[in-house]
Design a protein around this ligand. Structure first.
Ligand SMILES: Cc1cc2nc3c(=O)[nH]c(=O)nc-3n(C[C@H](O)[C@H](O)[C@H](O)COP(=O)(O)OP(=O)(O)OC[C@H]3O[C@@H](n4cnc5c(N)ncnc54)[C@H](O)[C@@H]3O)c2cc1C
Length: 396
């Protein structure tokens, strides 16, 4: 008997055997999220994308809550208390359906809920987190402004004291979930530095007009937040953090989810390319039989599964409490960049059909243009790593 006959068979869906690194519960969570996305998102996503809407977002949020996907890796307050690896697997499956759905979950769990869970008072946690974990309350996270994106320290939104109250004024831009949110975590300048505020969106002076005409993340709600002297009680401020450390640690958590999620978009596009290459015939044979097509498929498979391995590695470090922000930058930089490349290469294999919404690749590719920019652009992550490697700050 040859040595290879004792080996497990080669699995084209898992060529490196990464599933062997996963526990039974990890696989069960992955299957649950995958089945939910197959049932509730996949049949409709092309239509939603074409219409530029996420209809039934409130019902979708409740369903995501019921499968434990919201604030998934947080403890208590109705959250699932999952591991970082399990949360990552969920992000991958959701983004394999669409980056917009994963964005809904990331912003809810890793940005809005995480901010309240990590920096909020016990009262704030009790008031908001159980409803958010159940998807009954949608949250958003307002950091970016029209004139301040990569450099949030320069933000103009400010909160001033009026007696014990706060008066919040300013504008935030490109805010995921903004128009459907019941609560907004808004970062603002104060006399003590940047602070986070938990803002009920029905507060007088708060409005969140939706941003239309997007050609990316079309099945996702993106909004402006306008705060015109919004009066908030003293206890609206997140008590346990001052300065940019607050929003940046939330972003680090969300970026970690993107490291996994982007590989979901890549996997979906890659699978579409493999399936197409096996059946589409030109010059009398399947295009998958041509060496040039096989080179593309092989290179994509290498980057896809290296990316998943990297995501798993970072997840294990996060679960061990050893994941550094620079390592998250490493993962986000590599995986989103490679994911978009995989989508573009898949698109070429599908030829003209590659631009059709009948196939997922162009939708994923255009979605990833946003993913490349939000949660820190490619350049910001290069600068983070550049600084870590050289000790020299090149941001300014
Ligand atoms: C669909 C979508 C959803 C979003 N959701 C949210 C959300 O929920 N909450 C939120 O707060 N924000 C959100 N954002 C905003 C996002 O985080 C910002 O767009 C991002 O941080 C970049 O900011 P900017 O668009 O203002 O670009 P800019 O900061 O103006 O950057 C423009 C270009 O200049 C480059 N650049 C800037 N500074 C330097 C430098 N020092 N060296 C080299 N290059 C530099 C950037 O890398 C980029 O390529 C979302 C964005 C999108 C597209």
């Amino acid at each position: 008997m040859s040595a290879t006959s004792k080996l497990p068979p080669f699995d084209p869906g898992d060529p490196l055997g990464i599933d062997d690194l996963l526990h039974d519960e990890d696989l069960a969570i992955r299957d649950t999220v995958r089945a939910w996305a197959a049932d509730r998102v996949m049949p409709h996503i092309a239509d939603w994308y074409e219409r530029g809407e996420l209809p039934g977002i409130r019902d979708l949020a409740k369903e995501l809550g019921s499968i434990g996907a919201l604030g998934m890796s947080l403890e208590g307050y109705g959250c699932a208390g999952a591991t970082a690896v399990q949360y990552g697997l969920a992000c991958l499956e959701l983004e394999a359906a669409d980056s917009g759905i994963r964005s809904l979950v990331s912003v809810q769990g890793s940005l809005a809920m995480y901010a309240i869970h990590r920096f909020g008072s016990e009262e704030q946690k009790q008031r908001w987190l159980p409803g958010m974990a159940a998807g009954e309350i949608i949250g958003c996270f307002g950091l970016t402004e029209p004139d301040h994106g990569s450099d949030p320290a320069a933000m103009r939104t400010h909160a001033k004291r009026d007696g014990s109250d706060w008066i919040l004024t300013g504008r935030k831009m490109w805010i995921t979930n903004g128009s459907v949110a019941g609560v907004a975590v808004v970062w603002a300048q104060t006399d003590d530095g940047i602070r986070g505020f938990v803002v009920p969106t029905d507060a007088p002076g708060f409005s969140a007009p939706e941003i239309k005409h997007k050609w990316s993340l079309r099945a996702s709600v993106t909004s402006e937040l306008v705060m015109d002297e919004v009066r908030l009680p003293a206890d609206a401020v997140l008590p346990d953090v001052t300065g940019l450390r607050g929003p940046l640690s939330c972003l680090s958590h969300a970026r970690y989810g993107i490291v996994w999620g982007s590989m979901g978009a890549a996997r979906s596009s890659f699978e579409a390319a493999v399936s197409y290459a096996r059946t589409r015939e030109q010059f009398g044979r399947p295009i998958g039989g041509f060496q040039l097509t096989q080179a593309k498929l092989a290179d994509m498979a290498v980057e896809l599964h290296k990316g998943i391995l990297l995501a798993h590695h970072l997840g294990v470090r996060m679960d061990a409490g050893k994941l550094r922000p620079e390592q998250v930058s490493f993962g986000k930089l590599n995986n989103v960049r490679e994911a978009i490349e995989i989508c573009r290469t898949s698109r070429t294999i599908l030829g003209a059909n590659g631009i059709s919404l009948e196939y997922p690749v162009m939708r994923h590719a255009t979605n990833l243009e946003s993913v490349l920019t939000y949660e820190g652009t490619v350049e910001m992550h290069q600068l983070v790593l550049g600084k870590a490697l050289t000790g020299l700050d090149a941001f300014r």
